[in-house]
Design a binder for this molecule. Structure first.
Ligand code: MSP
Length: 588
């Protein structure tokens, strides 16, 4: 059966099955994750940093498995009325403004250690070419027509809103304005001749696709919202151009200099520009197919305010051109600041760069990951941030500092393990008069099994973008290691080992016990550092370097107890603390 737009249901299902499995298991294709591209009308804020962080962490997590590849795309959205107006307000040329502000986003990415593969700018030449190609390709299919259009347009949101979403309000200056009920941004009535894209033709096809792909949009509540909306409301065609007299700063409509391309049509295409569309795709009849080494299709991470563009417009644009739909759209909630929506007038906008300058990269990354879940809005509070940072020091960094203290010798304990000297350790523990043997045996078994499962447990969370839950699992492992170390008291053996009145056998057993306890604490520090590296890459790197863990021993393959026989050299010599305490910031 052929459905509208030339897709067969079986084709859609087939693509669907591949996509669904591909969410995790398509091993030859790189995992392609994208952040939204950011408007360059103002400086980056915490929300932007968060969108990028979700992508960076997930991309780094993929790379912990050396058999997998990943590709992280971020960038800036540089065209449109909003940018044009911002440039006018500052008395600048748009190009000058976009160059300047785009650089600020790059700086943010560098400071927070976002390891992107490409920083897309919609003013980049290859992107402009792809947009032109895209337009012409769907035009040649008869999916673009010219018509007159009137409606309420919000420059700030760069979108038209239907009449029923508009209300009257008074602005800060006491003037009566019309605004969008939900975003509260001002709208103005505009009447003009535009090009339209036949979005409405694909409504049934999109519903069918979404219904057959229950993981296309996460979290599930957002999936249901999109589907319900699509089923209840008829889609109207999308205005995809504006008169050049009004919109000067945008890509020109091919063969019609009197019109400029609508900024969202331009911006969404960036995701496929980065995948080398169309040159790096194979044309199979009406379809564009991406080969195994091509990064497409993408996993898009987007804020909840731009869901319609990513879950309705973009999939339909792809259906129209005949390309595979995104693998998944991950919709995240927003950050509030001290309980309120961030806004300049409330003075509660959190500047991620200033926050980084005070607390450092790792603390900010860790806090944003630990204190958020994609499903509900999260709250930035200076106090919880500072507490989180302190806990990171007192529980994680401190575990490492203790085990790599001058009293112990990690290198020796690793060697003991390699020489299989810990075999039969349960018996040595049991026979030792100094320890609470049954408790220590229980704790060490629990610790080993926690560490051995940690990668898998966290993987189950990360693949669903449940970063906070992954971190909770990690804390459980850290707590387990700290408890074990505290109860086993490896420091208590130093005196006994040196006691010349004891028999050689006793001395050897004490040495064995101490090295075993140090070994397990070192193993825990090593494994916990590897699995947390996607969240706090710098701090974990410092700690792994301190433990003398080789760079190529920091992957998924080394996340079980006893998998690395080659580290610890000089780990117990004097080192600087990997992270220092800083006082809470008093003025934000
Ligand atoms: N340019 C468009 C996206 C085009 S993608 C093809 C845009 N840009 S934006 O700069 O306004 O927003 C970028 C992202 O930041 C969005 O995902 C948005 O949800 C996110 N955030 C904006 N404020 C936020 C918070 N307070 N908290 C979390 N994310 C927030 O939209």
């Amino acid at each position: 059966m052929i459905v509208r737009g030339g897709y067969t249901i079986s084709y859609l299902r087939a693509v669907g099955r591949t996509s669904l499995n591909a969410i995790r298991h398509n091993s030859t294709k790189p995992f392609y994750v994208t952040s939204p591209i950011f408007y360059v009308n103002a400086s980056p804020h915490l929300g932007h940093a968060y969108s990028m962080l979700l992508c960076d962490t997930r991309s780094r997590w993929e790379k912990l498995d050396p058999s997998k590849k990943s590709y992280f795309l971020t960038g800036t959205d540089e065209h449109g009325l909003k940018i044009q107006a911002a440039a006018e307000n500052r008395g600048m040329e748009p190009k000058q403004l976009v160059d300047e502000v785009s650089e600020n986003f790059k700086v943010l990415a560098t400071k927070l250690n976002f390891d992107y593969d490409r920083f897309m700018r919609t003013t980049d030449k290859d992107h402009v070419e792809t947009v032109n190609y895209f337009w012409k390709a769907i035009e040649s299919k008869g999916l673009i027509y010219q018509g007159s259009h009137s409606g309420w347009y919000s420059v700030s949101d760069e979108t038209f809103y239907p009449e029923n979403q508009i209300e009257e309000a008074t602005n800060k200056e006491g003037k009566t304005i019309m605004r969008c009920k939900e975003s509260r941004s001002e709208v103005v009535f505009q009447e003009e001749t535009n090009y339209f894209f036949k979005l409405s033709e694909f409504q049934d096809q999109l519903i069918e696709y979404i219904e057959s792909h229950p993981k296309f949009i996460i979290p599930h509540q957002k999936y249901q919202e999109v589907l319900r909306d699509l089923k209840q409301n008829k889609l109207t065609d999308l205005s995809i151009s504006r008169p050049s007299s009004r919109l000067k700063w945008s890509i020109e409509v091919p063969n019609d200099p009197s019109q400029k391309i609508y900024v969202w049509f331009d911006a969404l295409i960036n995701y496929i520009t980065a995948a080398g569309f169309p040159a790096k795709f194979e044309k199979h009849g009406e379809k564009y197919v991406s080969g195994n080494d091509n990064i497409w299709p993408a996993t898009h991470v987007v804020g909840k305010d731009i869901i319609k563009f990513h879950c309705v417009y973009w999939p339909i644009m792809l259906m129209a051109i005949g390309a595979e739909l995104p693998r998944q759209v991950v919709v995240h909630a927003h950050w509030l600041s001290e309980g309120f929506k961030m806004s300049k007038s409330l003075g509660n906008v959190v500047d991620p760069v200033a926050t980084y300058e005070h607390y450092g990269e790792d603390a900010l990354r860790f806090f944003l990951s630990e204190y958020s879940n994609i499903e509900s809005d999260c709250n930035f509070s200076e106090e919880s941030f500072s507490d989180t940072r302190d806990t990171l020091i007192s529980k994680y960094a401190n575990l490492v500092t203790r085990v790599s203290g001058a009293k112990f010798n990690i290198e020796e304990s690793v060697k003991f393990n390699q020489e299989s000297r810990f075999e039969g350790i349960d018996e040595v523990i049991t026979n030792s008069a100094l320890v609470q043997a049954p408790e220590i045996i229980r704790l060490k078994n629990e610790l080993i099994s926690t560490m051995n499962q940690l990668y898998q447990v966290m993987d189950d969370r990360f693949v669903n973008f449940e970063h906070m839950k992954a971190i909770q699992e990690w804390w459980k492992a850290i707590d387990c290691a700290n408890l074990f170390f505290q109860r086993a008291e490896p420091w208590a053996y130093n005196k006994l080992i040196k006691d010349t009145t004891l028999s050689e056998e006793d001395t050897n057993n004490y040495k064995l016990l101490q090295n075993y306890f140090v070994y397990l604490a070192a193993e825990s520090s090593r494994i916990c550092s590897i699995v947390i590296s996607p969240v706090i890459p710098s701090l974990s790197d410092k700690i792994l370097t301190r433990l003398a863990v080789k760079k190529d021993h920091r992957s998924k393959h080394y996340t079980k107890v006893g998998t690395d026989h080659d580290y610890g050299v000089n780990a117990n010599s004097k080192h600087e603390n990997p992270i220092q305490r800083v006082p809470i910031r008093t003025s934000v």
